[in-house]
Design a protein around this ligand. Structure first.
Ligand SMILES: [Zn+2]
Length: 143
């Protein structure tokens, strides 16, 4: 089954969403956190992530989208994409795989012989500073 083309919001729909998010003061507000966003500082987000849409024959409407602040990691769009949509799409794929019997590779024991056990080298004998008797012996000092 070929994946349907990703649906994007048409320009009129984007305009509707931006109009909806624009307050009486003329400022555009994020529909997630209500912060004021600059033109270009937002993303028209698919409320239902595009990868999860079942029926791709119907065109997207303003009700399918929301205007979210974007462009920084803690933005509403950044958070939704990384913390919600990506895991949700992955989970939906796993569920679909289970339903139709797609399996991962067989779990087999490791084929290679693995790493050799490390043998720690014997510690060299501790050398201490020569004491007076040692110095005397070396330089032939007689007692
Ligand atoms: Zn926001």
């Amino acid at each position: 089954m070929a994946r349907a083309k990703r649906l994007e919001f048409t320009k009129p729909v984007q305009r509707d969403i931006i109009k909806r998010a624009t307050g009486d003061d003329g400022r555009i507000r994020c529909e997630g956190c209500r912060c004021v966003v600059k033109p270009g500082g937002f993303h028209i987000d698919h409320i239902i992530a595009d990868g999860l849409r079942r029926d791709k024959s119907k065109p997207l409407t303003a009700a399918d989208g929301q205007l979210l602040c974007s462009g920084f990691p803690e933005s509403c769009h950044g958070k939704k994409t990384t913390k919600h949509d990506v895991p949700a799409i992955a989970e939906a794929k796993r569920r679909e795989d289970r339903a139709i019997g797609v399996r991962g590779p067989e779990k087999r024991p490791i084929q290679s012989r693995g790493f050799p056990e490390t043998v720690k080298p014997a510690k060299p004998p501790v050398r201490t500073a020569p004491g007076p008797s040692e110095i005397g012996r070396r330089f032939g000092v007689r007692k």
